[in-house]
Structure formats: C-alpha cells, structure tokens
Design a protein around this ligand. Sequence first.
Ligand SMILES: [Zn+2]
Ligand SMILES: [Zn+2]
Length: 346
Amino acid sequence: MKAIVIHAAKDLRIEDHPVTDPGPGEVQIALAAGGICGSDLHYYNHGGFGTVRLREPMVLGHEVSGHITKLGDGVTGLSIGQLVAVSPSRPCRTCAYCQKDQHNHCLNMRFYGSAMPFPHIQGAFREVLNADATQCAPADGLTAGEAAMAEPLAVCLHATNNAGPLLGKSVLVTGCGPIGILSILCARRAGADLIVATDLSDFTLDMARAAGADRVINVAKTPDALAPFTAGKGTFDTLYECSGSEAALSAAIPAMQPRGVIVQLGLGGDMRLPVQAMSVKELQLRGSFRFHAEFFTGVSLMQKGLIDVKPLITHTIPVDQATAAFELVLSRTGTSKVQIEFPQAW
Ligand SMILES: [Zn+2]
Ligand SMILES: [Zn+2]
C-alpha cells in the first residue's frame, strides 16, 4: 500500500508499506480522504515547527476517513463497508490527565503524524490503516470528504467549549483559514448573535460570509475597520484568534468588551501581548489544544445537517499528486481545505 512519508523539508515521498492484519479491537480501513492540516504543512515546508523537528521519516496526516474492510477480534457495532471518521486522538486512558478527563493533555498521547515524541507517531495518510474501533465514528450519510473534516471541526468545537456560553454573544473571528471558518460555524451553532470575521484575503472572507458571518472585513484594505467596534469600551464578548498573528490579536483588544474571552487557536510562534490593555479590561486569554470527545460530537452534528463543512473542501487531489497538493496549500491562493483522495479498491 502507498503511504505519504515526509523525510525532511520539501522531501515528501510516496512509499510502499506492508499491510498487516487488524489486531484484537482494531478495524482495517481503506482510506478514502485525508485533509492537509497546518501541522502537516509545517513538516513539509520546514521539517517541523518550534522546537519540534523531524528526526526520522514519518507518515503524515491526521484528518482522515475511510471504509472498513476488516474487523479484528471482538469488534462490535461497526460493519464492513461502513464509512468512518477516524479520530487521531489516541490517549493512554490511564495517566493522571486521562483520569481527569483531560485526554488532550495525555502524557502518553499517540496523536497521528506527530514528531513531538521520538520515535515519532506515524500518521494516517496511508491506503490501509489499522485503527482501534474506539477511534472510529460511524459516518453514514456523510461524504468521505466531510467525514475527514471531523478533526478540524473537533478542534473548533473544543475551542468553543473553552470559550464558554455563546448564546446571544458577539463574536469576532480573526483569520479565516479552515479553522476560522469552522469557528464561525461552531459559534453560530452555539448561539452567537453577531459574528464579525477579519482576514487579509477576499477569497476566505467570501467563504466566511457564506459560513454565516454577519460582517466580514478585509484588514489589508481597511486597517482601522475595527474602530467602530471599539466604542463604549468595545463590542465583542468572545474572540476566536485563528490567525496566529500578533497584529490581529493586538488590533482586536480595543474591540473587546470588558471581561471578554480570547480563545487563542492560531499558532504562529510567540507573540507580544498588550498585557496592560488586556488587564485593565479584565480580558481572559484561554488556550485551546486539540480535542477528544468533541470528535464524535462533530460527526453527529454534520450527520444531522447542523454543521455543513462541504463548502470548505475546495480541492480534492489524487494521492499520486501529494506533493502538488502540499504546494497548492502553501500557495494560499483560492484554497481552504485541500484533501487527498485515496483510490477505493476495496
Ligand atoms: Zn488538523
Ligand atoms: Zn493519558
């Protein structure tokens, strides 16, 4: 079977890997779709991010779906041919954080396609994937592409949980890549009233409007466009910061209401913060990292038609052209979520 393996920056190879049978409690999956995520892109472009460096070849990918081809011993509730979204979150379920229900902070996390630990945790961009049945969310009724969106959707649902109640709230979303757009969908679903989105690209802002943002602002064209929102100590109760840009975060602070909540989702390296302005407004800065149970919630919300991710999938590219797919994401032109399509031979 083919696997998409990163060896070093800009050294992406499609390799032949052996297929093994699923073990007890596992299922074998013929991969159908795999979304390219910001972290995959960092490995491709830079060979890592921050202090995390590739030290051995690693299969990329953690946003995947596919059809079940084999059931290991003891697996119930799943069936051959069924489409499943596969959660890349594989906590140990025994460490102190797992016991506190903080699975995303597991000390022994084996999240697909991560070079944080060594040996690296191999990823899921492979034609045949053996996964624990407990990782699989039945995705009947969805397309393979939608099912593969469950992972970034779960990231945004987790951020929404961290943001606290949103019913009737005013929300600002800075940065309208896939995570920003999914944040708009999640905030709306959670009851947000006013949603304003900013970005530097008209293409992604059109997508934000289609996703339900009430107003979109191109801050490249109108840098002080948030000024009207700063009156009376500010407008927004909640900020989803999805750009990782210091400038975006700093510009949003005067538009935040006192006691507002900032959820930092964009990871663009270290930032300087206007701590004095944040402190006198009693703003709350909250992190957000991965997800766990939200993965299954996301699949369920998509199945019920309560969140529609289809418009985000702008490109579907065959596995043989994986390098072209990564270059396309890097180009940042007319793309939102780019997915790799795996041949369905089962
Ligand atoms: Zn991802
Ligand atoms: Zn654990």
